[in-house]
Design a protein around this ligand. Sequence first.
Ligand SMILES: O=C(O)[C@H]1O[C@H](OP(=O)(O)OP(=O)(O)OC[C@H]2O[C@@H](n3ccc(=O)[nH]c3=O)[C@H](O)[C@@H]2O)[C@H](O)[C@@H](O)[C@H]1O
Length: 433
Amino acid sequence: MKMPSLEDELFPSTPGKFKIERGHNMNRQFHRCFASTSTMFLWALFLIALTASYLSFQSFVDSGSRYFTASWGGIQWEKQVRNSAQIHRSGGMSVLVTGAAGFVGSHVSLALKKRGDGVVGLDNFNNYYDPSLKKARKSLLSSHGILVVEGDLNDAKLLAKLFDVVAFTHVMHLAAQAGVRYAMENPSSYVHSNIAGLVTLLEVCKSANPQPSIVWASSSSVYGLNEKVPFSELDQTDRPASLYAATKKAGEEITHTYNHIYGLSITGLRFFTVYGPWGRPDMAYFSFTRNILQGKPITIYRGKNRSDLARDFTYIDDIVKGCLGSLDTSGKSTGTGGKKRGPAPYRIFNLGNTSPVNVPELVNILERHLKVKAKRNIVQMPGNGDVPFTHANISAAQRAFGYKPTTDLQTGLKKFVRWYLSYYGYNNRKNVQ
Ligand SMILES: O=C(O)[C@H]1O[C@H](OP(=O)(O)OP(=O)(O)OC[C@H]2O[C@@H](n3ccc(=O)[nH]c3=O)[C@H](O)[C@@H]2O)[C@H](O)[C@@H](O)[C@H]1O
């Protein structure tokens, strides 16, 4: 006798068995057939209902998780983005400013808005330095009708959505991992923002229709070990002294590729040690001010043979003028649908002050403005990415858009100190990181 197989056990109504019953009782078979058809129908209905409810639950979870985890999206949000991007002057531009809650980003955003351009900001509010300062800048921008969207450059969906909502004519790309010496502590953050983030942004810009023109922040640090002064855009820049500098130099090469293949209009700006009100607490002039006021010592680095280090310190308002001049003269991108239609501008400019000041002199000026003596601790410059001096030749920017810095370090630091005291108070009780 054949043993029932597992299949037989599971499906007892085999064709053979059915055949036997049919031969014996047609009526019973009809009823059974009817009963099994209606059961199947009910099962089918049940399965359809189950599938439908699963699918709608899934879409609820999808949309829900986006709204619960992301701070962007939705009709209200899109309306805010559009309002912020609205242009209020003839021939004006709509600009996506990345790093808008940062030092340079917040100043440039305000200047654009004040002259009637549309501005939407993007910033990830990371904690490289005190995020409450970034939030305060965001509030300032908000009081001038500028929305700063919280999100990361590497979020391609968010970037694409922003371009869906607004046909930005320009991108002012200032979001970056800044700081020369911090690169030894956290190298991957430089790759994340300055390389991966840049590529993500360029990918979205190249696919946007129309493509925007891009102006972005490179750095004086790309001159690295260059000794020819003043630094000209034509000088050698293949000997960076820090990973920060290397990522900025890589950015110049990467943007060149996108200009070459996709016809994106690109302007790279090599900023020279920018300072001023609402500045970055990690920079020397800022941390020196805090320490001097708190009676703490400051460390001043010295170069080879006891030489002082020097920087071409550049005041923020001069940098803002350079950024706006670059945007105004950027020329159009030529691509559509990710395809180049013709050559587009590719430019690089130094934005410096053209008069370097050594670091001990910077401290002298701060002492005068603060009316407090600094406790100076002078040490040999550690091998951590610093360069001995910077000095900009700005004739290219002068020719292209009349760039002419007008604020010397003495005047600029006076304005910085006034802001610092009004923001933190003389006793500096606020916790500055
Ligand atoms: O132009 C740029 O592309 C860069 O400018 C800025 O870098 P730097 O020029 O290095 O400015 P900053 O740190 O203020 O040090 C100033 C001087 O103080 C010296 N310095 C610094 C710290 C300290 O404790 N002691 C000291 O002597 C130090 O040795 C140096 O000589 C930006 O931070 C950077 O993001 C990038 O934009």
